[in-house]
Write a protein that binds this ligand. Structure first.
Ligand code: ATP
Length: 136
């Protein structure tokens, strides 16, 4: 089976760089399964886990928004932040979730704070989902 290079990078660091069989990401227009030799494209991503398939194993990575770029020879996920399951601090994500929920209660829907709290809640939930997934 052919493979492709998958890179997940943030402004801070290279989170992941390996040959994979497939990656499934959540684009703004829906879920996108990418296999080797996929047509080139660039699309924005939602705050959601990316699912990586590699040698019969499956792993989730928390991707917190950004873009995916499919090139001829590789796939690059450029994320605002991204974490591997083993790097996720559950206590921190739970605290961020509780803070965001409090702010959602306090702010009115039309306020910028409300949107910011919604995004913070999505990041925390994303991290908790990735951490709780049975990553092979
Ligand atoms: P917090 O309020 O806890 O900082 P956040 O969602 O605002 O959460 P980000 O701005 O998305 O955090 O990320 C800032 C940096 O902290 C990034 O490097 C990100 O990977 C890291 N990070 C954030 N939350 C966690 C976590 N729960 N476990 C591990 N790394 C985290």
């Amino acid at each position: 089976m052919s493979t492709m290079l998958l890179e997940i990078v943030t402004p801070e660091r290279i989170v992941y760089s390996e040959q994979v069989d497939m990656v499934v990401v959540r684009g703004v227009e829906g879920e996108l399964g990418i296999l080797p030799n996929h047509i080139p494209l660039v699309t924005p991503l939602k705050i959601a886990p990316a699912k990586i398939k590699q040698g019969g194993r499956e792993k989730l990575v928390a991707v917190n928004g950004g873009f995916v770029e499919v090139r001829k020879d590789k796939v690059v996920i450029l994320a605002e932040s991204a974490e591997l399951p083993e790097d996720i601090d559950v206590e921190r994500a739970l605290a961020a979730k509780a803070r965001a929920e409090q702010r959602l209660q306090a702010a009115r829907q039309e306020e910028i704070d409300f949107r910011r709290a919604q995004l913070a809640l999505m990041r925390a939930t994303n991290r908790l989902e990735v951490k709780n997934h049975r990553n092979a």
